[in-house]
Structures are given as C-alpha cells and as structure tokens.
Design a protein around this ligand. Structure first.
Ligand SMILES: C[S@@+](CC[C@H](N)C(=O)[O-])C[C@H]1O[C@@H](n2cnc3c(N)ncnc32)[C@H](O)[C@@H]1O
Length: 247
C-alpha cells in the first residue's frame, strides 16, 4: 500500500474502504450513476470530457481511484495513454477484465491514491471521479496528485455533494453500508464538498486557472433515466473542477 508508512488507524480506515468496494465490484457498473446507457448521458459525458481535456494531442493520463475504469476507458477511447490506479483488488480485476475484453491498452495497477507508486512529473493529466470524499487525507491526496503531474499538467476532480439531511439510501449505497458507518467520522469529505469549496481548495494548493462546471446536463440525463427505469428520482449536486500546475 504505497512506499510511505501509514498509521495503524489509517490502515484500518483504508481496509474498510477497500472492503466496501471489493464487495461492490461485481455490480458496480450496473449502478445508474456509473454507466452510460442513454444518448443524453453520452452527450453529457462527451461535453464534459471536451471541456476538461486540454488540447488535441494524446496525454499521459492517470485515473486515481479508477475503480472498474469508467474514466480510464473514456480517456483511452479518445486516444490518451491511460494508467488507472486503485487499491480495491476486485475493482482492478474487473477493470482489467474489461480492458482485455475490449482490447484496450490501459495499465491498471494496484496502489494507494494517497501515496502513488509513480515518480514525480509522470503525467500530463490526473483525473479522479467520486474518490476525494472517501479519502482519510483528501488534502494530502491533492498534493500527491499534483506531485505526479508535469509542469503545465492538469488535475480534474469529478465529484458531488449529498444533501446532509437526505436519508442514506439507496440501499446498498456506500454511505449507509456497515463499512462506511464504521469509519465515516475519519473521512473529512464524507458526504461531499461543494463545488465552490473544491475550487478554493485547488487554488489554495497552488493550481492555476481553476474552473468548474455544475454538470447540469449529466444530472438531468441521469434523472430522466431514473424515471425511464422506474427508479425513485433522486438527484444531488455534481460538478467537475479543474486546475493546472504552473509551467
Ligand atoms: C465510488 S468508487 C469510484 C470509482 C471510479 N473512479 C468511477 O468513477 O467509477 C471509489 C473508488 O475509489 C477507490 N479508492 C478509495 N480510496 C482509495 C485509495 N486510498 N487508493 C486507491 N483507491 C481508492 C475505491 O476502491 C473505489 O474503487
């Protein structure tokens, strides 16, 4: 789990987090928020990725906390050279299985997103979806993600903020699970942070030209899919925030 030593407490927190996602791995891609099934969802993701991916040339990209590889596959299909890293072995196994099935040349590696097994200045892009909220040291993770970025490289964070007063359903979701109930108080961003807070955070860590988007098209497309699939319609605030390392 990374080169640097961790405290026993941090190890226990991370063991709970990894156990949760290992358990969820077989059904992860079937969850509504994790897949693209409709034209509106496809259009939204195309817009989002066009918005945040700088330039036209292929990038060395890292998907931090890649899970089953949603963003990794989106980036690879656009011609980027992609590495995905995650510490939940069942999630990585599923990502590798899909890469083999699709003949996608993506490197999926086991590793801790807070202590990456990569040298400084290894990537042009670090991107992460729905990971910051589940880290015991989210601010240190931002520094670590910046460490592996080259000069002028870009950090992209896709995340959301739950309504703190909402029930912890849907059943089977992370927040209500036994694993997260046991360690939630050790996760400073549990429940999510607002778009504005993440923008301020990236600026405070030294990223330049920090900008964001509220993903209204994706939220609307997913809400419509909930209706179409007969699911209870529940939305929460989502966003993408990005910023660049100085040249
Ligand atoms: C909600 S899932 C998101 C997966 C993927 N990014 C996506 O958007 O589909 C969170 C993922 O972060 C991973 N994760 C959480 N903490 C991590 C850490 N410290 N190091 C590596 N992976 C981590 C989990 O194992 C899980 O696969």
């Amino acid at each position: 789990m990374g080169a640097r030593r961790q405290s026993g407490q941090t190890d226990v927190v991370k063991q709970h987090v990894a156990a949760h996602w290992n358990r969820r791995a077989p059904s992860f891609d079937a969850d509504l928020g994790h897949s693209i099934r409709t034209a509106a969802e496809r259009a939204a993701w195309n817009r989002i990725l066009d918005l945040v991916l700088p330039g036209r040339s292929p990038l060395d990209a890292l998907d931090a906390g890649c899970g089953t590889g949603f963003l990794s596959f989106e980036l690879a299909s656009r011609g980027h050279r992609v590495t995905g890293v995650d510490f939940a072995l069942a999630m990585i196994a599923e990502a590798r299985r899909k890469a083999a099935e699709r003949n996608a040349a993506i490197r999926f590696e086991e590793g801790d997103a807070e202590q990456l097994p990569f040298g400084a200045a290894s990537f042009d892009l670090v991107i992460s979806r729905h990971v910051l909220w589940t880290l015991p040291h989210p601010e240190a993770a931002i520094d670590e993600w910046m460490r592996v970025l080259r000069k002028g490289g870009r950090l992209v964070v896709v995340d959301g903020q739950f309504d703190a007063t909402a029930p912890v359903t849907p059943a089977g979701g992370a927040r209500g699970s036994a694993e997260y109930q046991a360690i939630g108080d050790q996760l400073p961003f549990m429940g999510g942070r607002s778009r504005e807070e993440i923008e301020k955070l990236l600026s405070a860590h030294g990223l330049l030209r920090v900008a964001s988007d509220p993903l209204h098209d994706l939220v609307a497309a997913q809400a419509q899919r909930m209706v179409d699939e007969g699911l209870e319609r529940r939305t929460h605030r989502r966003y993408v925030v990005w910023g660049d390392v100085a040249r």
